[in-house]
Design a protein around this ligand. Structure first.
Ligand SMILES: Nc1ncnc2c1ncn2[C@@H]1O[C@H](COP(=O)(O)OP(=O)(O)OP(=O)(O)O)[C@@H](O)[C@H]1O
Length: 439
């Protein structure tokens, strides 16, 4: 770990085991675990603000809580100044808790309504038994004043403050132990836009004054651009791109980052009428994420098999159908026919319906007979065979191999085969290839 790194996260994994319901147990059904965080690595440098962004549910907060050891990981390590925090004993952990603090999103629920502001900010000093009573009060007053509140507010209760003021109280509480590192989990997203800038400016000033290092979790990309030095973009439990903020925003490399940035509203009048493509399609379940690149089922640039030339949209729709047949074939039941129906016309009509719903037009190529066969098999309820038929004919590196982050220079890493000088070859038996094969 280099000396300018304060926190190093290595191959972090947090899977949540399901609590099987009575019915699951009765029917012997196995529910797979939620892969909330699955092999994430990054370093946070001293004094920087490192942003973690991605859609809701992609695992940002789970990373934050696991780094702080509020959750135990299921794999990997987090080093704070060379010490793996998952190997720390109780007393080491107690010391660590002074160095790392957290500010949560919701300043309404994260403050104890029964305590006065003075008691709330003093509590960490009490817990860690720091200073005399008079020293503690002095420190609390200094902190409150530093975050823009005053001594005469010390005996008031949280309900007497506005949202912005409450978040200032949370920040004062986080700072009172003079930590080195603060996890800011969506710290301004519950606040009015006018107040957000004030709180962000305060955080910026405090960082400079106290030499703080921040991990800033957010889904608001505008806020991230404003405050972060470097950004990691997360999708479905994994990182897809890391780099300096300006570069990520000005020249995104991963198709997911590009789609995410596309969806930001623009102030520029000339751009207001542009077509927003954004990220389309449903986010796959973290219990059953896609093989290979996890984004490939929604990616507009998913790499095509060498033997075919599809319109990119048709190819993407085909990938979506493949994924659906593999992970949730029962959702196609409405297009199936009764087992004993052998009427060819009915079968063909249902097969056309599937193709229409999935945006698969009649093609003038070898692909046509394969897609048609798969659609017919699906109509007859042979989902696994339909999936196999498509898989045997149309393989993509994006589904058969997992792209590891590749260094593209200028302190940037991207996990996408499009950024490889030479993408690895497709394994001979794509179906069997669900392992993380990164060579
Ligand atoms: N205790 C838990 N048990 C089971 N699943 C969980 C638990 N906590 C989180 N998850 C799941 O883990 C995934 C990641 O959740 P997480 O809260 O980390 O995402 P997030 O990116 O922070 O989302 P948001 O921006 O909405 O807060 C989600 O699918 C979530 O439902």
């Amino acid at each position: 770990m280099s000396s300018d790194t304060l926190v190093s996260v290595e191959d972090l994994e947090k899977h949540f085991d399901p609590e099987d319901s009575f019915l699951d147990k009765l029917l012997n059904l196995e529910t797979p675990p939620v892969q909330a965080v699955d092999g994430v690595s990054f370093d946070i440098k001293r004094g920087e603000t490192f942003g973690l962004v991605g859609e809701s549910g992609c695992g940002k907060s789970t990373i934050g809580k696991t780094i702080l050891r509020l959750l135990e990981p299921t794999g990997g390590a987090t080093y704070f100044e060379d010490e793996n925090i998952y190997e720390m004993d109780k007393s080491e952990l107690n010391t660590l808790r002074q160095d790392i603090q957290i500010v949560f999103q919701d300043p309404f629920s994260s403050l104890n309504p029964r305590l006065t502001v003075g008691e709330i900010v003093r509590e960490p000093l009490d817990i860690h038994d720091i200073g005399t009573k008079a020293e503690r009060r002095e420190k609390v007053v200094a902190m409150l004043e530093r975050v823009g509140l005053s001594e005469d507010q010390i005996d008031r209760y949280p309900r007497e403050f506005s949202g912005g003021q409450r978040q200032r109280i949370c920040i004062a509480r986080a700072l009172v132990l003079e930590p080195e590192f603060i996890l800011l989990d969506e710290p301004v997203s519950a606040l009015d836009v006018s107040v957000q800038a004030q709180v962000l400016n305060l955080l910026d000033d405090l960082q400079k004054e106290f030499g703080l290092t921040y991990l800033f979790i957010a889904h608001d990309l505008g806020v991230v651009r404003y405050i972060c030095d470097r950004v990691a973009v997360m999708y479905l439990g994994r990182l897809v791109e890391i780099g300096p903020t300006d570069m990520i925003f000005d020249d995104p490399q991963h198709p997911y980052t590009r789609a995410l940035l596309e969806s930001i509203p623009r102030a520029d009048l000339q751009e207001q009428h542009r077509t927003i493509e954004g990220v389309s399609g449903d986010v796959p379940s973290p219990r059953n994420p896609p093989n290979g690149c996890r984004f490939h089922t929604r990616c507009r640039d998913v790499i095509q098999p060498p033997d075919f030339e599809f319109e990119q949209e048709t190819w993407q729709n085909l990938v979506t159908l493949q994924h659906r047949l593999e992970t949730n074939p029962r959702s196609l039941s409405e297009y199936t026919i009764d087992e004993d129906t052998s009427d060819k016309e009915t079968i063909a009509r249902h097969a056309s319906r599937i193709r229409e719903v999935f945006g698969l037009p009649t093609l003038n190529s070898d692909a046509e007979s394969v897609i048609n066969k798969a659609a017919h098999l699906a109509v007859q309820g042979n989902f696994s065979e339909a999936h196999q038929t498509l898989n045997n004919a149309f393989t993509t590196i994006c589904r058969t191999r997992d792209p590891s982050g590749i260094d593209i220079g200028e302190d940037r890493e991207v996990a996408c085969f499009l950024c490889y000088d030479e993408p690895p070859s497709i394994p001979k038996t794509p179906d069997a290839s669900t392992e993380n094969d990164n060579d």
